[in-house]
Design a protein. Structure first.
Length: 224
């Protein structure tokens, strides 16, 4: 799956200005020595590239439909613009997916229940975001593209799971959680309940609360 050869083609007219943020020779801002207001061109190019990747991932062909050539055409940039930022399409896809996830809410540390509720509600809110089909297409293609999925899991999924692990480990130290709890299994049960259902299926508003409370009935100190 990894693109082992990279032969960047010459950028289209104007693509150099797009990726560097420098005004083109015909740009009034270049003549006047000032940059036009608005988002820098390099940022616009990067957003266009990320949007193109997510659009392609969300389509029926999913991962198979993503190539540097297809992304460049969809984003309206040259392949050199992409290769300046990402070494291959795996890195590009992983970063594009990471932009949809964003950081989880910061647990307050008030209690295990409150922290898990904060995190669970954060996960639920992500289901409402557009392009969630991108994630399912990547997960569904894990067998065909194991290197991509491994990198996605390592760079995007595992750091988020670690936040949940930290909450449960702290709960063990404070006596809120049973000392013999299987932290990995508990995290998988919690996250799987909130993210494993069909992506377009609407969850009840109190579903995160129900998941957390059901889990805690099993892992809380004194639970039988």
């Amino acid at each position: 799956m990894t693109e082992t050869t990279q032969h960047p083609t010459p950028a289209e007219p104007g693509a150099g200005a797009l990726c560097t943020g420098a005004p083109g020779p015909g740009d009034p801002a270049a003549r006047d020595g000032v940059r036009a207001p608005g988002r820098p061109r390099s940022e616009r190019a990067e957003k266009a590239i990320i949007d193109a990747v997510l659009d392609l991932l969300a389509e029926e062909s999913g991962v198979a439909g993503v190539s540097i050539e297809a992304v460049a055409a969809r984003a309206g940039v040259g392949k050199t613009t992409i290769y300046r930022r990402w070494p291959n399409k795996e890195a590009l896809i992983v970063q594009a997916l990471a932009t949809l996830k964003g950081p989880l809410p910061q647990p307050s540390g008030a209690s295990v229940r409150e922290d898990l509720l904060t995190l669970a509600r954060g996960l639920r809110s992500e289901r409402a975001r557009k392009r969630i089909q991108c994630f399912w297409n990547v997960v569904g293609a894990a067998e065909k593209h194991p290197e991509l999925y491994a990198r996605y899991r390592q760079d995007v999924i595992e750091p988020r799971r670690e936040v949940f692990r930290d909450v449960l480990r702290r709960g063990v130290r404070t006596g809120e959680v049973r000392p013999d709890v299987d932290v990995e299994a508990a995290v998988t049960m919690l996250i799987g309940s909130l993210t494993g259902r069909f992506p377009t299926e609407r969850q009840p508003d109190d579903f995160p609360d129900a998941v957390v409370d059901t889990l805690l009935r099993g892992v809380a100190a004194g639970a039988s």
